[in-house]
Ligand binder design. Structure first.
Ligand SMILES: [Mg+2]
Length: 172
């Protein structure tokens, strides 16, 4: 059991259970973290929403003007959905990213010569978003999902992830 907990500790996000709506990005700026890889479904918009609110558009525009650079890294397989939200937010996006495989973000880091210390991945899932960040050795932030998952398999996976987080936090 102890070995398992020690292994799971490797998955502990640097920031846990933040609400992206109210998160103060100055916290990251102070740490010189300005390159933000961000998940789409249930992180920026609910998986069941097909539009982005004016509030969200303004928020991302403002953060980009303040010097943050966002990259949407989505595992969603539908280019129409990902591209629509990408253009509304004016943020470049990759669909079918196959997180936790690291090649999409790894390629962006390499092509733009980004310093890994300036990078963070933000998302609502442990075994895709956070694991990708851990494998790349960049900062990680697990946020509260924006909607309750309707898909049975994904819902069970999220329950498992949340239980792991509780276990990890209790044993750190
Ligand atoms: Mg997600």
């Amino acid at each position: 059991m102890k070995i398992i907990i020690n292994l799971l500790k490797l998955l502990k996000p640097d920031y846990i259970n933040y609400d992206l709506e109210t998160f103060d990005f100055n916290v990251l700026k102070k740490l010189k973290i300005t390159n933000i890889f961000i998940d789409l479904d249930n992180t920026i918009v609910s998986r069941y929403e097909f539009d982005v609110s004016k509030y969200t558009i303004n928020k991302f525009n403002k953060l980009e003007n303040e010097g943050f650079k966002f990259y949407i890294i989505s595992n969603n397989s539908k280019p129409n959905r990902v591209n629509k939200i990408s253009s509304l937010l004016n943020i470049e996006a990759t669909y079918l990213s196959l997180k936790p495989l690291t090649w999409t973000i790894g390629r962006i880091i390499k092509n733009n010569s980004l310093n890994k210390d300036s990078c963070i991945i933000i998302g609502d899932q442990l075994f895709t978003d956070i694991l990708t960040g851990k494998l790349l050795n960049i900062s990680t932030m697990l946020v509260k999902p924006l909607s309750i998952e309707k898909n049975y398999f994904r819902r069970k996976m999220i329950e498992l992830e949340r239980n792991i987080i509780k276990l990890v936090v209790a044993n750190v």
